[in-house]
Design a protein around this ligand. Structure first.
Ligand SMILES: Cc1ncc(COP(=O)(O)O)c(C=O)c1O
Length: 393
């Protein structure tokens, strides 16, 4: 292996997750897989064909750069929707390629109308409404202007969607906020209907919307984190399992991350390891270097805290994580350990598992954040088998 680590994608687990989400959807509801953030770190190029094999044919990205990658990796039958960044200079490419996109400001809307008129192709737009998150979206006081503009330029637009985003549906503490969002969305939507606009898709639900607020499913859902085998929060996971009275977790992680031992070194008792003085050996130790550091997405916050799996044992990261490597204590494995042995950073080995959530609990970050930090240069390999059952945490 010329790279220092690789990422494995388990296709059976991906299929299982998609099937689980799909089993919660009304049959008429379209399933858009959110693949922004390099498909939550899994790799757009690798994940899109796998999702297509699970009958997903709608992909949501954040930017034009991601849309280009999705277009390259998908079949002609799939549709792509940009939910975020779109520079004026890319408007023509986007419209020509039939890619739909969010509009949440007048400059973007005006540019879309202008380019659509110039090239004679309708712009497929999703009008984003501000219902309470205060991120992007037209506010109520802008509706008159917006509706007048859309009426005036109607021949240049195909209104694909009217949408909004829920501000924290994964936690019951936001219940009232979400209810208010649902109410204002429908209030705004009524106004569009009264004015004669009927979008193809009304959409607002992300993973936690689908699972916690089924009434938000409407015509299309935008599912991200759960495709990849993670719950948007532990609270939602428990809630779901209690409701379904089944404690077998239906979501399975798709991603594993693996490397190899680069070298082994004996260090006497009473010496510091790695930069600074944060780790002092308290016995004659055998230390393995693993060629993965914070430059590869293994957080420096895991210095002296992280764990990896070697020979089906959980071993500790000692000292400060470096840019390109970390050091782990393999003293207790001295009999069997050697250079080139597999090191599991995320995933399972025998009966043990390092989950992204255990990893993120230790570094105090979200699953979302840790996954998206995995660099795109790490090679992705697809495996088709079902992972071993009965993993311990
Ligand atoms: C607009 C929008 N829709 C859908 C999603 C997917 O959310 P999740 O990964 O929680 O399913 C996101 C993610 O942040 C988003 O920003």
């Amino acid at each position: 292996m010329s790279h220092t680590s690789y990422i494995e994608l388990n296709q059976a687990n991906l299929n299982q997750n998609v099937d689980y989400i799909r089993s919660h959807l009304k049959p008429s509801c379209r399933y858009s897989a959110v693949i922004k953030g390099n498909a939550y770190g899994h790799g757009i190029e690798a994940i899109v064909p796998l999702l297509e094999q699970s009958s997903i044919d709608h992909f949501s990205v954040f930017s034009v750069a991601e849309a280009k990658r999705a277009l390259e990796s998908s079949s002609d039958a799939s549709e792509i929707m940009i939910m975020g960044y779109l520079d004026q200079e890319d408007m023509e490419w986007v419209i020509k390629n039939g890619i739909s996109f969010y509009v949440f400001s007048f400059p973007r809307l005006e540019e879309a109308a202008k380019v659509a008129a110039d090239i004679g192709v309708k712009a497929k737009i999703h009008v984003e409404l501000e219902t309470g998150m205060n991120r992007t979206g037209f506010r109520e006081e802008e509706l008159d202007l917006l509706i007048n503009f859309l009426k005036k330029e109607v021949k240049h637009f195909q209104i694909e969607g009217i949408c909004t985003h829920l501000a924290g549906a994964e936690s019951i503490t936001n219940y009232d906020r979400i209810q208010d969002q649902i109410t204002s969305y429908h209030h705004f939507l009524d106004r569009f209907y009264q004015e004669g606009f009927k979008p193809k898709y009304r959409h607002m639900a992300c993973s936690s919307g689908v699972l916690n607020y089924p009434e938000t499913q409407l015509d299309l859902v935008r599912v991200g984190i759960s495709n990849y085998g993670y719950w948007p929060s532990n609270e939602l996971r428990m809630n779901r399992l209690l409701k379904e009275k089944d404690f077998h977790d239906p979501l399975e992680a798709v991603l594993s991350w693996k490397s190899k031992i680069m070298s082994l070194k004996k260090v006497p008792e009473g010496e510091y390891v790695s930069y600074g003085k944060s780790y002092l050996t308290n016995r004659p130790s055998l230390i393995a270097s693993v060629p993965v550091g914070y430059g590869y997405g293994f957080s420096r916050d895991l210095s002296n805290l992280g764990r990896v799996l070697i020979h089906e044992n959980r071993v500790s990261v000692i000292g400060v994580v470096n840019m390109n490597m970390m050091l782990v204590d393999v003293t207790d494995l001295a009999e069997k350990v050697k250079e080139g042995d597999e090191v599991v950073l995320i995933g399972s080995q025998g009966k043990l598992e390092i989950s992204v959530s255990s990893f993120s609990d230790m570094s105090n970050s979200l699953n979302y954040e840790l996954l998206t930090r995995l660099p795109s240069f790490i090679p992705r390999k697809v495996v088709k088998h079902q992972e071993a059952q009965g993993l311990e945490n």
